[in-house]
Design a binder for this molecule. Structure first.
Ligand code: NAD
Ligand code: TYD
Length: 356
């Protein structure tokens, strides 16, 4: 089987569902169940004998070592992380704890397991570390897109902690020979994303009649990647990527935040005729250190492994909006007291503050 960390989060849960739909091979999902997790997302797998869930922290060396010994996975796909930039601004240490120390501990447990394997299994073993384009910092409007050769220049506590984990993964390849693959992708969107990130937050707020809080002028650019395209890229890199290499994954969909929000309002308006969702758009105080532009050149992945995204941004957004409309119960479940506390903390002082 393969071991997936963070499989109860947004991308991890989509990855596990897609994996089990395509493979006979089983999955061991190790997740600490932080605020970002929703184990009910994977309720459909409860009776699937190929699926095992264990609640554990990647920073708990003994627990992770015991799982390696018991399940002897042939690969690790490492998603578990603190993943939200705004939360990293409010509380950076949790990011250092999980993303840096947690990854280091997981790598150590993995190395011990891997070094004890027979030669053929050792050669076939893979550790795939899932990371972000944010480690490369911010692009100017006319700068070329990020490539595997881009310099690491992280600007937020989140991206700095992910950069630290990337460096550790790389070091384990160079120092110990652990067969590590690193993927750096752009902003994901799609079903099952926690409504603290831009796209689900805007959908959920729009439907609730709440303000749609656009940070600053809203002209920041992100390159949007539909989550199932990200999952297919990871499967491909796991299958055929060269250990020690970095692979960038993008959606070919550079768009400003304001354009994203206006498109969402239009898609919602088509499904709820008579409502003017764009009237809810509210410019609020900007994010400190806000990166202006991310963009990915994924030609290495296309050239070497034959991968391209299948979903266009237009079709992916329409599917995403429909998923949230069809899953009001899922949304209600994740909007617990802790979610409301976060909304007050992040937006309380921002709302009503005009963009400069
Ligand atoms: P998420 O926040 O939705 O989910 C993270 C999951 O990890 C949760 O289930 C959480 O319970 C689990 N987790 C957190 N700390 C843990 C710990 N110490 N031990 C075990 N489990 C723990 O995140 P996501 O959006 O699914 O992102 C997955 C990965 O992809 C992350 O590494 C993130 O940095 C990376 N990434 C995400 C995006 C994006 O747009 N969402 C873009 C680029 C890269
Ligand atoms: P986000 O989804 O948090 O992803 P990231 O910061 O990792 O790119 O934010 C995407 C963009 O949307 C980013 O430029 C910040 C902006 N944004 C808003 O304008 N308003 C919001 O309420 C949020 C959450 C994000």
């Amino acid at each position: 089987m393969i071991l997936v960390t963070g499989g109860c989060g947004f991308i991890g849960s989509n990855f596990i569902l897609d994996w089990l739909a395509e493979h006979e091979e089983g999955v061991l999902n190790v997740d600490a169940l932080t605020y970002a997790a929703n184990p009910k997302t994977l309720a459909s797998l409860a009776d699937d004998p190929r699926y095992v869930f264990v609640r554990a922290d990647i920073g708990d060396r003994a627990a992770i070592a015991a799982l390696f010994a018991q399940y002897r996975p042939r690969a690790v796909v490492h998603f578990a992380a603190e993943s939200h930039v705004d939360r990293s601004i409010h509380g950076p240490l949790a990011f250092v704890h999980t993303n840096v120390l947690g990854t280091a501990t997981l790598l150590e447990a993995c190395r011990a397991h891997w070094q004890g394997l027979p030669a053929a299994e050792r050669a076939a073993f893979r550790f795939l570390h899932v990371s972000t384009d944010e480690v490369f910092g911010s692009l100017g409007p006319n700068e070329p897109r990020f490539t595997e050769a881009s310099q690491y220049q992280p600007n937020s506590p989140y991206s700095a902690s992910k950069a630290g984990s990337d460096h550790l993964a790389r070091a384990y390849f160079h120092t110990y020979g652990l067969p590590v693959l690193v993927t750096n992708c752009s902003n994901n969107y799609g079903p099952r994303q926690f409504p603290e990130k831009l796209i689900p937050l805007m959908i959920v707020n729009a439907l609730a009649g709440k303000p749609l809080p656009v940070y600053g002028d809203g002209h920041q650019v992100r390159d949007w990647l539909y989550v199932s395209d990200h999952c297919s890229a990871i499967r491909r890199v796991l299958e055929a990527g060269r250990p020690g290499e970095l692979y960038l994954i993008g959606g070919d969909a550079e768009t400003t935040n304001l354009d994203v929000v206006h498109t969402l309002c239009r898609l919602l308006g088509e499904r709820r005729p008579g409502q003017d969702f764009a009237a809810q758009i509210t410019h609020v105080a900007d994010r400190p250190g806000h990166d202006r532009r991310y963009a990915i050149d994924f030609s290495k992945l296309e050239r070497e492994l034959g991968w391209r995204p299948r979903e266009s941004f237009a079709s992916g957004l329409a599917r995403t909006v429909q998923w949230y409309l069809d899953h009001a119960e899922w949304v209600a479940e994740v909007q617990s007291g802790a979610y409301r506390d976060w909304v007050d903390k992040n937006y309380g002082a921002r709302l009503g503050v005009a963009a400069s």
